[in-house]
Structures are given as C-alpha cells and as structure tokens.
Design a protein around this ligand. Structure first.
Ligand code: SF4
Length: 406
C-alpha cells in the first residue's frame, strides 16, 4: 500500500490505516536519530539541489518554528518513548545558525526527549564560518562532531563549484577545531568535477589525510536537473569526466584512504576505527529518524514523510498546527525489500542472507542464484559468512546491480 499526501499537514498515522504487521522489518524503538534542516546559504553552489534560500532574514522566525516542531513531535506517540542517539544539523549551512540558536535547539531536544549518554551531535559547517568564539560555543552546546564541507583542496575547483571558501580556510578551520578539542571531524569531498584530473583528486585526498580527520565522505558529483551545473552541461560549456576517469578516481579513493588507515564502511564513506557516522548508519540500517525543518524527511516504520519545502509555508504551518508535513507514504513490502537490498549493499558489511530470508521469506541465494553467480564470476560480488557484499568494481556500478537483484 502506498499513500501519497501532498500539501497536507496532518500526520499520516492520523489519516490513513497503516499495515503495522510489516513492523517486523526495521529495528524501531532502539534509538532515534534527529535531523535538523537549516535551509540558509549565503550563496548557492552550482551543483546543489538541496532546499535552501540565500535570503537570511527569516533565520530567527525559522529557529522559533523548529522549537515548536520539537514540542509537537515530542508529544507524538511515535516519538515519546524513543531515546535520541544522534542529532545532525544539516543544510543548507547550519554554521549560519548562531551558537545561541543551536544551543536552544539542543536544550529543547534534551528537555523533551530521553537521550543516550554519548549521543552523537553533528553540525555541518562551512570552513569560512568558523571563529574561535563559535567553535567554543558549539562545544559548550554539546556538539561533538563537525562535518566540514571541504569538497576540494584545489582552489580552481572550489571556485568552479561556487564554494565560498578556499583550501587555506580548511587548514585554518581544522586547526581551530582541534584547538577547541573537537575529536571527531569529518570532511566532505567531491570527485568528478568538470576539469578535475586524477592528479588533482589525488592531491585533494592527500591534503585531506594530512589533516587527519576521523571521517571522510567522498562523493561523486551528480548533476541534478534544474541546477546551474545542469544548464552548463546541457549548453556544452563544460564536460564531465568520462566513466573511465570516474572509475579511476573511485578506485584511487579507496586505495589512498585505506592505505592511510581509514576503513571503507559504505560506498562513499571512510572512517578511522570507531568513528563511523552513527547518524548516517541509522539511515542505512533502516532505523527511525525524525526530520525537523523545511524539506526534512522522517521515517518511522512503515511511514515516511517529508516536510514542506518552502520556508514561509513551513513557518506558517508550524505556527498554526505545530508541524508542516507536506507528503507522506506508507511503504509496502516490495518497496521495503528493494530498499533493504539497496541499502545493505551500500554498506561494506553487505547483505545478510539469513536476515533477508527472515524478513522477506525467501533465500536470495536461491531465488537470484543465476544473477549472483554471474556477479561473483565477474568479480562484482563476494560471498562471505552468509553475506553478499560488493567488491570495489561492483560498488562502482551498484545501482545496476541493485536493479538486477530486485
Ligand atoms: S553550501 Fe551546501 S546546501 Fe548551500 S548551496 Fe552549497 S552545497 Fe548547497
């Protein structure tokens, strides 16, 4: 059963019958992850299709609405028995929120919800926004993980991408965070940028590892329709690297980072032991998450919903009803099965065949034996200890593999 509600702000569970017998699928009730969307950016990057606005005048009203939304959801039957294990301030540019605004949100969450003793609190930051005072205040608020939007250490690539910081700002930001005792720092990097070479990507990877972040995410640039980058490519003003170069960049990423002590735990994510991002792992392993703010998505098995992607409407709706749900769906068994395959194969621990059989009533090794056999013979997949896992070659074409398997 799939139900889509558009433009309504009434929670799905109040409006539609949901087949709770499907509740065996995910581990709800274990821990809750909270995502806070901060939809403000000083400028827009050419590749970005995240919801954000460059007019910062509504920042204060927006944060007031976030507090109201926290109160609303804290009373909800789905949230009230949950214990928060991770909070992630994402964006947009959360480093544009004042430390006082961050503090009010963290305090409101801790007042309304139980939380685990060592909850992970991540804030995404633009390297340019950091000052001594801000870093100190973040620590005081309880932020214990900073995700820096580094993207590249080549200034020409940063300029092309429309980033407002320079590579020198990353060095400064990293030093500053260390001086304030941040011991869990992540860098976001992008490869596949027009004009980027294998050498310039190697340089970015090496510069990143020299700063010793505990975690690195290395994403391949995707061209989203409606972005300025999409227009540039359509007009043939720039060209993307070809598949062969992208493949070399992906393999170089794995080789460089693993030889520097990071382990790959997801297709695009690498960590020093013990520093895997718990928040993202919650998404990938199908745990509950509550998204607050404009355009934020939530999942409580088997319902998924997304808030209104419009700042003014979001604020107006929260002010009048306490929440701002824009669309919702109840996942059917087939959708869950596909997502299970897709998400588990993204993780290097792979797909647990016994768990899959328990959840979906089929032994995938038998029902898809020909496809799996061919993938193993072609070096795309490996079998170990009751799991199926992708090799680096398989990870590079994971979307195709998931399509074939589902
Ligand atoms: S800073 Fe982040 S959210 Fe803002 S435009 Fe750039 S990529 Fe998008």
């Amino acid at each position: 059963m799939t139900l889509l509600l558009s433009g309504q702000q009434i929670p799905l569970w109040l409006t539609a019958p949901v087949d709770l017998s499907l509740g065996f699928f995910y581990n709800n009730g274990v821990a809750l992850s909270v995502y806070i969307h901060v939809p403000f950016c000083r400028t827009k990057c050419v590749y970005c299709d995240f919801y954000s606005v460059t007019d910062l005048t509504a920042t204060r009203a927006y944060h007031d609405s976030l507090l109201k939304e926290i109160q609303y959801h804290a009373k909800d039957v789905r949230c009230r028995d949950e214990t928060i294990d991770t909070v992630f301030f994402g964006g947009g540019t959360p480093s544009l929120s004042s430390p006082a605004q961050v503090d009010r949100i963290v305090k409101a969450l801790w007042k309304q919800f139980e939380h685990t003793q060592y909850a992970e609190l991540t804030l995404e930051a633009n390297p340019d926004d950091l000052t001594d005072q801000i870093a100190e205040r973040w620590r005081d608020c309880g932020i214990n993980r900073i995700s820096l939007g580094v993207q590249s250490f080549r200034d020409s690539e940063l300029v092309f991408l429309g980033r407002r910081h320079s590579s020198a700002a990353v060095d400064r930001a990293s030093d500053l965070l260390r001086s304030h005792d941040f011991r869990n720092i992540s860098f976001d990097l992008i490869y596949g940028v027009p004009g980027q070479t294998l050498e310039s990507w190697r340089e970015s990877l090496m510069r990143a590892t020299e700063l010793c972040p505990e975690h690195l995410s290395a994403y391949c640039l995707t061209v989203e329709s409606g972005t300025p980058l999409h227009g540039m490519i359509a007009r043939r003003e720039v060209n993307l690297p070809d598949d062969e170069l992208l493949r070399d960049m992906f393999f170089l990423t794995i080789e460089t980072l693993t030889s520097s002590g990071y382990h790959q735990y997801e297709i695009s994510n690498f960590a020093l032991p013990g520093f895997e991002c718990r928040h993202n792992l919650a998404y990938w392993t199908g745990r509950s998450y509550l998204g607050l703010g404009a355009a934020a998505a939530s999942y409580f098995h088997p319902a998924r919903w997304k808030n209104i992607s419009d700042l003014s409407r979001y604020i107006a709706e929260v002010n009048s009803t306490g929440c701002a749900i824009g669309e919702a769906e109840a996942l059917d068994a087939e959708t869950m099965r596909r997502e299970y395959v897709m998400l588990s194969l993204r993780l290097t621990q792979g797909l647990d065949c016994v768990d899959y059989a328990k959840k979906f009533g089929e032994d995938i090794r038998k029902t898809r034996s020909e496809i799996i056999g061919a993938l193993i013979a072609n070096g795309m997949m490996k079998r170990y200890d009751g799991h199926l896992t992708l090799t680096p070659a398989g990870m590079f074409v994971s979307d195709e593999i998931v399509t074939r398997l589902t």
